[in-house]
Design a protein. Structure first.
Length: 259
């Protein structure tokens, strides 16, 4: 069994294939124990909570992606706080920094991340970070902060050294389909550097389809291809990698505690 620790199953790209319902209905057949459905803004965060409320196998995160950093107003933080009161909300995310395709300026993104980090600390929830071309700025943020509830660097895109630094700070490192790409030499090296008890896997469905399906729409079941790639990198059986990443995901998100 596997857990997809990060998917956007409400995304309209999945609608021609039956949307979230089709994904959820095929979870058992696909070998998926849980899917963590990740919010990107207030409306999708609400959708994630609704999906988690109705479906045993779905957990939710609520948060605002750096693309929409300018929507992190006091009013919206209040909405996120209320949504996070649901028992199946396991983290605040995805939050973070994206200077690759910035929709909003650097100070706005940093402030949005800081305010949502504060919310997570207040609610005693872990945080899920999307960091793209922003590891320098993220370091400035993280070095003065603690992450006692744990944190996830989702769709990790940094170096082995960066991964090791955040493991020391208590983070879990989540790999997506990008680690399966042939030219992803540095990413494979980073995966090699992460201790087994801090590795988790995700699809970021419907995006970032792993090899050999690259170019097609990505479904949560493809998380098996990410686990397979990590098993090869770590030189352990796939079944062992599946067991370990499930355990790690449950630990960081408190799923084993019946949250
Ligand atoms: Zn995502």
């Amino acid at each position: 069994m596997l857990i997809d620790s990060h998917a956007h199953i409400y995304d309209e790209e999945l609608l021609p294939y039956g949307g979230a319902d089709a994904v959820i209905n095929s979870m058992a057949a696909d070998g998926l124990e849980y899917i963590v459905c990740v919010g990107c803004d207030v409306p999708t965060s609400r959708t994630c909570v609704e999906l988690a409320d109705k479906n045993l196998g779905i957990y939710a995160t609520v948060g605002v992606h750096p693309y929409d950093a300018d929507t992190v107003t006091a009013g919206n933080l209040d909405v996120l706080r209320k949504l996070a009161a649901h028992g199946k909300v396991v983290a605040i995310g995805e939050i973070g920094l994206d200077f690759h395709r910035p929709n909003s300026d650097k100070p706005t993104q940093i402030a949005a991340m800081e305010r949502q980090y504060d919310l997570a600390r207040d609610l005693k929830l872990p945080t899920v970070y999307h960091i793209r071309d922003g590891f320098g700025e993220f370091y400035e943020f993280a070095k003065t902060r603690d992450f006692p509830e744990g944190a996830v660097l989702h769709c990790f895109s940094g170096s082995a050294e960066i991964a090791e630094y955040y493991v020391k700070k208590g983070f879990y490192i989540s790999f997506s389909g990008t680690v399966t790409y042939k030219n992803a030499v540095n990413l494979k090296r980073a995966a090699q550097a992460v201790p087994l008890d801090r590795l988790i896997v995700e699809t970021d469905s419907p995006y970032l389809t792993p090899d050999p399906l690259r170019g097609k729409i990505n479904f949560p079941k493809n998380v098996a291809l990410v686990a397979q790639c990590l098993a090869e990198i770590k030189n352990i059986p796939v079944s062992e990698m599946e067991r370990i990443t499930c355990e790690n995901t449950k630990r960081v998100f408190g799923i084993a505690n019946g949250r």
